[in-house]
Design a binder for this molecule. Sequence first.
Ligand code: IMP
Length: 427
Amino acid sequence: MSVTVVIGAQWGDEAKGKFVDLLSQQAELTARFNGGDNAGYTVVNPHGTFKLRLTPNGFANPATTCVIGPGVVVNLGTLLSELEMIQQAGISLDERLWVSPRCHVVMPYHPRVEAIYERAKGKASTGTTGRGMGPVYADKVSYNGIRLADLFDEGVFASKLRIQLELKNALLRAYNEEALDFLTVYEEKLAQFARLRHVVREPFGLLQQALQRGAEIVLEGAQGALLDNDWGTYPFCTASTTLAGGAAAGLGIAPRRIDRVVGVAKAYTTRVGAGPMPTELLDETGEVIRRAGAEFGTVTGRPRRCGWFDAGLVHFTAALNGCTQIALTKLDVLDGLPRLKIGVGYRPQDGEIAHYWQGDARWLEGCQPEYIELQGWEQPTSSVRHWQDLPRLAQAYVRKVEELVGTPVGWVSVGPGRDATITVPSL
Ligand code: IMP
């Protein structure tokens, strides 16, 4: 029995949902530890296809307890609609869901404040998902947040909300925007909370007991390591900690309890929003990948930027997260390409080959990637289920990734379903 953390090893959208689903088949408990409804994952299981943002991935398994830890920020409206969708699919989650009262609440002013920031930055804007993540986490660390715990006491909530509306409305008015009305926000949030309060309960004891029992636990990271607020391409990053280490703080689990870290990476690279992406393809090949991979954002529907696999970056994120295995997803998207490139490092404007971690986002923007080139397999792989049936050139591609990233590739995924997964034999 073990504790597994699943994280994104690139810029998010690596198809982590599929791997959390797969790895949590036997899990007693699955938990989210960061981000909010800026995340979006699709899971295809025998109950149907679910597009979710907040609910932990173990929801479909009646034996799995689902936890939303204090590192997550909660949009009550999103959570309510997900629970409704799950209920409509005939799955009962109420008894199995624990949402930490320590979670901060996304308030209606957070996306509004974010929109003002984004507009003010103009061309330098981050290109956020518009879910208010920056402002809600900023309120959290500046002691201005409203937590789920506050909503249990109407008086406490009212007084905190009044102060925050005074501050936020001043900003909205300064930018000629309509101010938010206290009573409207107050009543809306209390009404939403009333429908959720039975699942808002402290999960610390439950988690500790599960750890002591040696239960199978899967901790799911949202976004990707390169969007981490400290180690990502700041300020083109997200507001939370997206690293495996974030699972400890974001759930209250000691780091030494974590046995395995699975880094999920696409067989190529994608990114949504602004910021450097050295291996981006702005040509027809990028289009081919976007179409074949259906690369459009789950939350915003924006087309994702597509490019070659950047081994230098994933080597870095594998080290940063202590990945024990890589899950390489969407290999089938490369099926039609006659030649493939893999980024192996950067040449900055001033010379020597360098690593991602040596500079900031502006420096990375000016770097040219160095590539190696491989022959494509040009055969369909989406129905392959065993390593030995994968074309030899596809095997060579996977082995090259493994070598360059310096971490074993444990699985290759060739489609969205659970079964479209190939276990890779260790070398
Ligand atoms: P925010 O998290 O909405 O503040 O957006 C900050 C940056 O992170 C933007 O570039 C977003 O496109 C990106 N981002 C946030 N969540 C995700 C995700 O789940 N997948 C991919 N990119 C994301």
